[in-house]
Design a protein around this ligand. Structure first.
Ligand SMILES: [Zn+2]
Ligand SMILES: [Zn+2]
Length: 293
């Protein structure tokens, strides 16, 4: 790896995984599930159902993965599959041999740059070592829990799903790092809110959405306790989109993000318009849109 992962992991992700691992029975559950649902099984099930992308199969998308892996220092490059599913989603599986699955709905609904942001987000789960426990959470959601009535206690399930949501914040950070900006992730997140690419005559007004984010922050901080916020999203696989956006913006404005981008020699892009920024390091604003940097 080309960086220290502790410099990237979101603190709430780090504390949630500690809580999860400390729960009585979690270790036993993890070992039991790993023995039942082996990596080979997941890999062959996937290979038998989905389309493997590569240099001769949709190389435009596959090369994005090669690119992101080179930036982040991921080796070997995981396999990449396309799955027929309308949901705007992607997932990563495996332990020693990783593979990423991207849904067809995503490729139909977002731009190529935003697909790269998704691929970089999935690579984020790999570098943050989230994948094994994500697979565990998926297995519990998909009904394998009937095999484990006594092991997967309610406390473990809740802690596992809570950590899964918080782990998304770290993966978003890695995605911004690999892409040199949060611009395309923000574009993608606004689509998750409803700004689909193919709504006739509609282009999202970003300034107006920013005002909405301010309203959300004000209302959420005033009227919801942390506990209530957790309860409200208890069954969600991801944090609220507004939360992801706000958390990521905070991070990309830290000196730490700046340092990591410089260390990895990633090209920087304007967070407001996506324009590639010159490497002079002295520009105070974007020459295309005037956004202060
Ligand atoms: Zn994710
Ligand atoms: Zn700009």
């Amino acid at each position: 790896m080309k960086f220290n992962i502790d410099d990237i992991i979101h603190p709430e992700d780090a504390s949630a995984i500690k809580t999860l691992k400390a729960l009585p029975g979690f270790d036993k559950l993890a070992k039991y599930m790993m023995a039942k649902i082996t990596e080979e099984m997941m890999h062959s099930l996937n290979m038998g159902s989905h389309l493997r992308l590569g240099p001769n199969q949709y190389p435009e998308i596959y090369n994005m993965l090669v690119d992101v892996c080179a930036t982040l220092g991921i080796s070997p490059v995981p396999e990449l599959y396309l799955q027929l599913d309308r949901q705007l989603n992607a997932c990563t599986y495996g332990d020693s041999r990783m593979f990423i699955v991207v849904n067809s709905g995503l490729l139909e609904s977002v731009t190529h740059e935003e697909i790269k942001a998704v691929i970089a987000h999935e690579c984020g789960h790999i570098v943050c070592r989230h994948v094994l426990y994500h697979n565990l959470a998926n297995a519990l959601v998909n009904g394998s829990s009937i095999l484990l009535p006594d092991i997967a206690t309610e406390a473990i399930r809740l802690a596992l799903f809570r950590w899964t949501r918080l782990s998304e914040l770290s993966a978003d950070r890695v995605s911004a790092l690999a892409l040199g900006s949060n611009y395309h992730i923000e574009e993608l997140l606004r689509r998750f809110c409803g700004a689909a690419m193919n709504i006739p005559g509609f282009t999202v007004n970003k300034e107006e959405y920013d005002r909405q984010l301010d309203d959300f922050e004000r209302i959420a901080s005033k009227s919801w306790s942390k506990t209530m916020q957790n309860l409200a999203v208890m069954s969600n696989s991801h944090p609220l989109t507004a939360v992801r956006m706000i958390e990521l913006r905070r991070w990309v404005n830290t000196p730490q993000f700046e340092r990591l981008v410089n260390d990895l020699q990633v090209d920087r892009y304007c967070p407001a318009c996506g324009n590639k920024l010159p490497k002079d390091g002295v520009s105070r604003w974007c020459r295309k849109c005037g956004n202060p940097l």
